[in-house]
Design a binder for this molecule. Structure first.
Ligand code: NAD
Length: 461
């Protein structure tokens, strides 16, 4: 395991602080150049990225492009909009303050820390970095130690394309992460599990460092009767089993209207075969579990409820087959913890209120999926549940729309990013009020005698 000494961390932070103080990163043209460099970094090393992801997760090439290398879309979006985002915004002034003008200036925060997870180990470092660069910050990056090939590659590439006083990578595991968290940063952007999110926030609190926590949770997927069954089935199977279910916004469990359950289950089984063949273990399109620890955690879930299909495992290759479960109990471990693997419990409901009650009995999820063309039902669910985001009649795709802020609520996270939200996350909005020297109105100065009635009029009392 790679480790770094605290003194080295302090040295890098100081170098970055000094570089930030030069003001270079505030220059819009500098930021645009650095965003273009980031795009170049990705495009010139696509094959290496894909190979590292294959080595870490057996990630299919298609998925590497769709969900990791595709991060360049975020870079393009930032390049296109940066000049607009960085413009100071005029703020409205009440009539009685006619002698003032007000503006809001976005300014960079300084030196930020980005800590990534292993499931989309490349994209979940690059995407927040887009925001950090666009907003004019220096950044320290710690990729996940559980995806060592990708972590090493990110370190090499960032080292090649950027100077360490501007952006640098610190590789390592929990110990390194904790050493980093002990230091003062101007923002911490963390992607990972809810339990570690609490540790990050506690460490940040010691320095009053603001945090963005992109966490996980159990994202429910409701399936009503008013659907196109074929489309619903494909979109659920794709969203659940992409990256072998190791996706923070994968449908965690299905809540299915009893009337449609038999047809849906038959269709889901068939679809798994169509997508991954008779034996998904031999499919080039199905990823593996990241680590033995996670394999063992997931293997326990296979004992819950009744197996509809799947359940096969191979501890040597960390393979777990796409699995559908039914008749799980709400007390089963598979319904208590975030699954984060290729196992999908299916729960039926008779009345939609049962599904809503179940969702509301659990911590607020990162994503909520509704398959229904019934607008009243869609509205009812939107109004009676809370989640980081919602996607209607599809899965996962919400994460790819740069104009939609992406983040959780409650246990699924704090703050959001993507597109303008990334710029906002890594910026401070500085309010600036300006008076004129042309004249001075005396209404607020002592002695106050005779001025109260005018004040009352201004306040409106
Ligand atoms: P994790 O929380 O175990 O690890 C994330 C990072 O935290 C790693 O870099 C790791 O080195 C570091 N870390 C681990 N333990 C630590 C500790 N005790 N102190 C300080 N740092 C520590 O998460 P993971 O297993 O890599 O990722 C899976 C989780 O991430 C899931 O819960 C998933 O839902 C969530 N996730 C969320 C998003 C999102 O965008 N909201 C995206 C991907 C994954």
């Amino acid at each position: 395991m790679i480790t770094i000494e605290t003194t080295d961390i302090k040295t890098i932070i100081n170098q970055q602080r000094n570089f930030f103080q030069t003001g270079k990163t505030k220059d819009i043209n500098f930021r645009l150049e650095q965003l273009k460099t980031l795009k170049q970094l990705v495009l010139e090393n696509k094959e290496a990225v894909q190979e590292a992801l294959k080595a870490d997760l057996h990630k299919p090439e298609f998925e590497s492009y769709a969900t990791e290398i595709g991060a360049i879309k975020e870079i393009d979006y930032a390049i296109k909009n940066l000049k607009n985002w960085t413009k100071p915004q005029k703020a409205a002034i009440p009539f009685e303050f006619f002698n003032y003008s007000a503006k809001i200036y976005p300014e960079p925060l300084g030196v930020v820390l980005i800590i990534g997870p292993w499931n989309y180990p490349f994209q979940l470092i690059i995407s927040p970095l887009v925001g950090a660069i666009a907003s004019g910050n220096c950044a320290m990056v710690k990729p996940s130690e559980l995806a060592p090939h990708t972590s090493k590659l990110i370190s090499q590439l960032i080292g090649k394309y950027y100077s360490p006083e501007y952006i640098t990578v610190v590789e390592g595991g929990v110990e390194t992460s904790q050493k980093l968290l002990a230091e003062k940063f101007d923002h911490i952007f963390f992607t990972g599990g809810t339990a570690i999110g609490k540790i990050v926030m506690e460490a940040a609190a010691k320095h009053l460092t603001p945090v963005t926590l992109e966490l996980g949770g159990k994202s429910p997927c409701i399936v009503d009767t008013q659907i196109n069954l074929e489309h619903t089935i494909k979109r659920i199977i794709w969203g659940k089993f992409i990256n072998a279910g190791q996706t923070c916004i994968a449908p965690d469990y299905l809540l299915v209207n009893k009337k449609i359950k038999t047809d849906l289950v038959q269709g889901l089984k068939k679809c798994i075969q169509e997508f991954y063949g008779e034996n998904p273990e031999t499919s080039p399109d199905f990823a593996r579990i990241i680590h033995k620890k996670h394999f063992e955690r997931l293997a326990k879930y296979l004992k819950c409820g009744e197996m509809i299909t799947g359940g096969e495992t191979n501890p040597e290759t960390l393979y777990i087959a796409p699995t559908l479960l039914e008749n799980v109990s709400l007390d089963d471990i598979v319904m208590e913890e975030e699954i984060f693997g290729p196992i999908l419990p299916i729960i039926e409901y008779t009345d939609i209120q049962e599904a809503i009650n179940l969702i509301n009995s659990k911590p607020k999820p990162l994503a909520l999926y509704i398959f229904s063309d019934d607008k009243n039902l869609q509205q009812r669910i939107l109004q009676t549940t809370s989640s980081g985001g919602v996607c209607i009649n599809d899965t996962i795709m919400q994460v790819g729309i740069s104009s939609l802020p992406f983040g959780g609520v409650g246990d699924s996270g704090i703050g959001s990013y993507h597109g303008k939200a990334s710029f906002d996350t890594f910026s401070h909005y500085k309010s600036v009020l300006k008076n004129t020297f042309l004249f001075d109105i005396n209404w607020r100065y002592a002695p106050y005698k005779g001025k109260l009635s005018l004040l009352k009029k201004i306040i409106g009392t």
